[in-house]
Write a protein that binds this ligand. Structure first.
Ligand code: BDR
Ligand code: CA
Length: 313
């Protein structure tokens, strides 16, 4: 079977990097482009982090394009308290001086949708700003992209940036609104999945790092600041990997053990619940379903995918 074309949009920080590594080293998928957006870190840092990761994976052939440097309406809020000032755990990586490819990420996505019309999978690992801009610029894009996997929201409505919102949705809720209304075929992997099915406890982190390849050491070491955030703020038993579990599902949908279609809406105006994606679990709104939501995923198979990726060098 030939590799399926993927386009990835990312606000590259520590967990995005692991998701990129999963995709860039898996021969089931052909990464036709990477777009970068401001989110976890300011845009310039996210771009350097994506370029560094591409290099670690030995994939200088995959184009990395610079996208939006801020959300559509709101000022940018970053997550440097989670991922470190440099977004990669502040472990002293040399994250400067690499050059991205020419062309804006929004144009690159539209172009990819033409080149791979009817077969492109779009995977988003950050705020949806670039995707909303692409929908604005060329609304026909929705006819050419048959699958969009989004890391974002939370089906249990427990947030990681305020009590009810997940970070990617919180950064640019107006972009989420555009994407939810676009007619794109959306599949959400939320922070609830990450918190339950993608936690790497310290003994597992040690085991994975001991695989000993440059990729294994890179993927574990850059989680340094996330690990402390998870211990003190989100109170997990280890660090979680939201973007990688979304990418694992994008590559192999059978990683999801339960999915549901439902209607989703996002809160843009409230200061208390900004970015909350309200999932109509019981069908109260009677509104048309606009997304498929992953409700449960297979932790063991996810870890196996990580192991296989880290063993590649
Ligand atoms: C998401 O927000 C970011 O911190 C992570 O990279 C992930 O995309 C988790 O809420
Ligand atoms: Ca991300």
């Amino acid at each position: 079977m030939s590799a399926r074309p993927f386009y990835i949009d990312t606000d590259t920080a520590s967990d995005d990097a692991v998701a990129l590594a999963l995709a860039l080293t898996d021969d089931r998928v052909d990464i036709v482009g990477i777009g970068v957006v401001a989110g976890n870190v300011p845009l310039a840092s996210a771009v350097q982090n994506a370029l560094y990761t591409r290099e670690v994976c030995g994939r200088g052939d995959v184009p990395v394009h610079v996208g939006a440097d801020r959300p559509l309406v709101l000022p940018l809020g970053t997550a440097q308290n989670v991922h470190g000032h440099d977004g990669m755990g502040d472990i002293g990586l040399e994250l400067r001086g690499r050059e991205p490819d020419a062309g804006h990420a929004v144009d690159a996505l539209i172009e990819a949708s033409h080149r791979h019309a009817g077969e492109l999978t779009l995977v988003t690992l950050g705020p949806l700003t670039n995707i909303a801009l692409a929908v604005h610029r060329d609304p026909t894009i929705v006819e050419r992209i048959p699958r969009v996997v989004i890391m974002g929201a939370a089906a249990d409505h427990v947030g990681n940036v305020n009590p009810v919102a997940e970070f990617n949705m919180w950064v640019d809720p107006h972009a989420v609104q555009v994407v939810l209304d676009s007619g794109l075929p959306l599949e959400f992997v939320g922070w609830d999945i990450s918190r339950r099915d993608a936690v790497i406890v310290p003994s597992l982190a040690d085991e994975l790092r001991a695989i000993g390849t440059p990729l294994a050491e890179f993927c574990i070491d850059i989680q340094a600041t996330v690990a402390s955030f998870c211990a003190t703020e989100t109170k997990l038993a280890g660090f979680d990997l939201p973007d990688p579990i979304a990418m694992a599902y994008a590559i192999d949908p059978t990683i999801a053990t339960e999915t549901r279609r439902m209607h989703l809406e996002v809160e843009c105006d409230s200061t208390t619940t900004r970015g909350m994606v309200v999932m109509d679990l019981l069908g109260f709104t009677r509104r048309e379903e606009n997304a498929l939501v992953v409700m449960h995923a297979d932790h063991e198979r996810f870890v196996e995918m990580l192991r296989e990726m880290m063993a590649r060098s």
